[in-house]
Design a protein around this ligand. Structure first.
Ligand code: MN
Length: 732
């Protein structure tokens, strides 16, 4: 790769003058440069150059991106807090709050410790997220990208181990962010530099192959350019046309990912045509296709359907002069600027317009499609829009990213506390937490955490969570673990009281001359439970021990000859005494031959209309209707009863629980939600949990459907969503 020329302060001012003329703005940039030069005086780069060379180059890259005067000024100042001991307050006083905040945010991101790829804790995706979350402002990301680009250009002066580490981090974190923001000029250069340091043999091999074919390629490209120029000129079109070469890393990536040899990479011969209007683009496409045969399936219209990062262009592949294959890109000047500089182009500094950082930020977010996906869906109806708002809050807006002292990134919902953090690290750390240290300061356990905080938990053996914690925590994980712990403690306490209760009951029976052996017996005790609204015998003993049930009443119940209500009901059903009249319950289910029976759908398997079903006669809640294959009634013979669906009621809906397992990816939940809504299936709840061990996501959702056919249809289509592994109905 041709080494980039190092830029001087004069080069910066010259580049700036191409789009900034306001004298105040020029003065601001000059002042920032002077200030930085003064405070970095005497500092040197590893190359031996004065440190200010780095500042000139960072500012120059920002000017090339057409950033505003404050951003260019912040480019000059970006290392002052880190390397010269200047404080944010001093910058605010000397310049203004906005510039000081930009420099401070750049400094904070610089302090993030990203881990080595060989480390099992390495989480590239999280690093990108924490980076973006901490930046908050797109300008901060642009300064950071410019900073990293110049550091990569001068990486040869670093020791080899640092070269590899910095290159890997750049490839994993910085290049994808540049891509996400559509800044391909920076993305491509970063990728090629990383490629050079990470895999020098392959880099040089491909560079050599490209060079060897260059003369031949240039000749074909020149011939094609002159032919197309002639063709389009005949039609009086205005355009620029030029050949372009793919960057080396993308050739390498294509060879590896598509398993192709170098000479098989189709679009090595590539031509770009830049014209005035969108209409011109389609006209040009038409003339080219009329003259050169297009290759089937290679036409891509990113003008009609822009890429997520706002990229727009038409791509087609044609058979050109001498049977050679060319990839042709057709786009307008504006589209070309966006393709090279992404958000920076969309947002390039326009003099005279009052700059409003918040408005710009909002506009950019709206342009980028991860937000657009949601707004499209929300137009359908109002409740869907409310639902999407809450989903967006949950998924996108509520994350804060904090770190362990070892640099492991933990993502938590907004408002999360050190207790949530502790349970995320390890259950035992959560249970024994007694204090927290956030950014070197001791804080109470209910302190709200913020992105970038470094959190350490102090633990003490033998302590446990308190009930109050339930009010403080924000994650379900912590809440469930605390509940489980408290429940366990409660059960332990209860277990101690059970023998006391049993003894009290025996005493009471003896007092009345009943034989305890006859009455303190499983079947009899169980029959008495519904009377006291209890679930099992131990509950009964416990209730007696803590005096919430009077043992006298239990004795009365046990010794009474009268059979309990459920037993009566059971015998009535079995004897088919009831009048032969059909009855439909509120659930659309009938029990042949039985009238006025309480019927409920079992929550474990959630039968829907059309499922094969069986009834189970409970002791106190009538008949529970299960799916015939529900594990909870597998092998049961007693208390089972035939139930049937009544004729279908089209208005009625049934809830069903689905579990979806998929490989984790961006927009997974969006796609699942979109698929579900396409089937007119209301979604009642949805939650997603990422399993970090195998990078899968488990999504649990509750939907309402009319019948089995609709449900099966939905499941079949959810299975077709990209990266989905399994979709199952819950059966227990
Ligand atoms: Mn720097």
């Amino acid at each position: 790769m041709a080494a980039k020329k190092s830029m001087t302060r004069d080069d910066v001012m010259n580049e700036v003058s191409k789009y900034i003329t306001n004298p105040e703005s020029i003065t601001l940039i000059t002042k920032a440069a002077d200030y930085a030069y003064e405070h970095h005086a005497g500092q040197f780069r590893k190359s031996g150059d004065p440190y200010t060379i780095h500042l000139d180059n960072v500012a120059y890259i920002l000017a090339e991106l057409r950033c505003g005067p404050k951003t260019v000024a912040a480019g000059f100042l970006h290392d002052t807090i880190e390397d010269t001991g200047i404080t944010k307050e001093e910058l605010t006083e000397e310049f203004d709050e906005e510039i000081a905040e930009l420099v401070e945010a750049v400094t904070k991101i610089g302090a993030l410790k990203f881990r080595d790829k060989n480390d099992p804790e390495y989480q590239a995706a999280n690093h990108r997220k924490i980076f973006i979350a901490m930046a908050k402002d797109v300008r901060v990301i642009l300064i950071k990208l410019a900073d990293r680009l110049h550091n990569m250009r001068t990486l040869e002066f670093q020791p080899e181990a640092s070269q590899k580490r910095i290159s890997q981090e750049t490839l994993d974190v910085y290049a994808p962010i540049a891509h996400r923001l559509g800044i391909s000029a920076i993305k491509n250069e970063l990728e090629d530099l990383c490629f050079l340091y990470l895999n020098p043999e392959e880099y040089h091999r491909i560079a050599h192959l490209v060079e060897a074919k260059k003369a031949e390629r240039d000749e074909s490209v020149q011939k094609m350019i002159s032919d197309i120029t002639k063709l389009l000129t005949e039609h009086h079109l205005e355009f620029r046309i030029f050949g372009r070469s793919k960057h080396l890393y993308s050739i390498y990536h294509k060879m590896v990912s598509k398993q192709k040899r170098f000479d098989e990479i189709l679009d090595l011969l590539a031509i770009r045509i830049v014209t005035k209007t969108e209409l011109n683009c389609y006209e040009i496409l038409g003339y080219i296709h009329a003259t050169y045969p297009p290759i089937q399936g290679r036409l891509k219209d990113y003008i009609a359907v822009p890429k997520q990062n706002m990229y727009q262009s038409i791509h087609t592949t044609i058979i050109g002069v001498n049977g050679k294959i060319f990839e042709v890109q057709i786009r307008t000047e504006d589209m070309d600027a966006v393709a090279e500089r992404g958000v920076a182009a969309h947002w390039r500094y326009k003099e005279g317009n009052r700059y409003d950082a918040r408005a710009e930020q909002k506009e950019i977010e709206e342009k980028l499609s991860w937000f657009r996906d949601f707004s499209d869906f929300a137009e359908d109806n109002e409740s869907a829009s409310e639902y999407m708002d809450s989903l967006r809050r949950d998924v996108f807006e509520t994350s804060v990213y904090v770190m362990t002292p070892m640099g492991r990134v933990i993502d938590l919902p907004t408002g999360a506390t050190p207790i949530d953090f502790a349970y995320r690290v390890h259950t035992e750390v959560g249970h024994t937490a007694v204090g927290a240290i956030v950014n070197d300061a001791m804080v109470p356990l209910n302190t709200e955490l913020h992105t970038g905080d470094i959190v350490q938990i102090r633990t003490m053996k033998g302590t446990g969570p308190s009930e109050d914690w339930l009010k403080i925590v924000k994650t379900n994980q912590a809440r469930n673990k605390i509940r489980a712990y408290l429940q366990h403690k409660e059960n332990e306490k209860k277990a101690e009281k059970i023998p006391t209760g049993e003894k009290m009951l025996i005493e009471e029976l003896k007092k009345r001359n009943f034989d305890p052996d006859e009455y303190v017996e499983k079947r009899r005790l169980e029959a008495a439970l519904p009377e006291f609204k209890l679930k099992d015998i131990n509950d009964l003993f416990y209730a007696i021990a803590v005096k919430s049930v009077n043992p006298v009443k239990v004795v009365e119940k046990l010794t009474n000859e009268k059979r309990s209500a459920p037993e009566e009901m059971l015998s009535r059903i079995l004897a088919r005494e009831a009048p032969k009249k059909k009855q439909t319950s509120a659930n659309g289910i009938i029990v042949p031959g039985i009238e006025s029976m309480k019927l409920t759908l079992a929550q474990c398997c959630c039968p829907v209309y059309g499922d094969e079903i069986r009834g189970y006669i409970t002791k106190s809640e009538g008949v529970k209707v299960h799916r015939a294959d529900c594990q909870n009634i597998a092998g049961m013979k007693q208390r089972m009863i035939d139930v049937q669906w009544d004729s279908e009621d089209r208005e009625r809906q049934y809830e069903s629980n689905l579990t979806i397992i998929a490989h984790d990816r961006n927009f997974l939940l969006t796609d699942i939600v979109t698929c579900t809504s396409q089937f007119k299936t209301p979604m009642n709840t949805v939650n997603a949990a990422v399993n970090r061990e195998n990078l899968t996501t488990t999504i649990k959702m509750n939907v309402s459907v009319h019948n089995l056919e609709q449900l099966q249809n939905l499941i079949a289509n959810l299975r077709k969503v990209e990266s989905v592994i399994t979709v199952e109905r819950n059966s227990h």
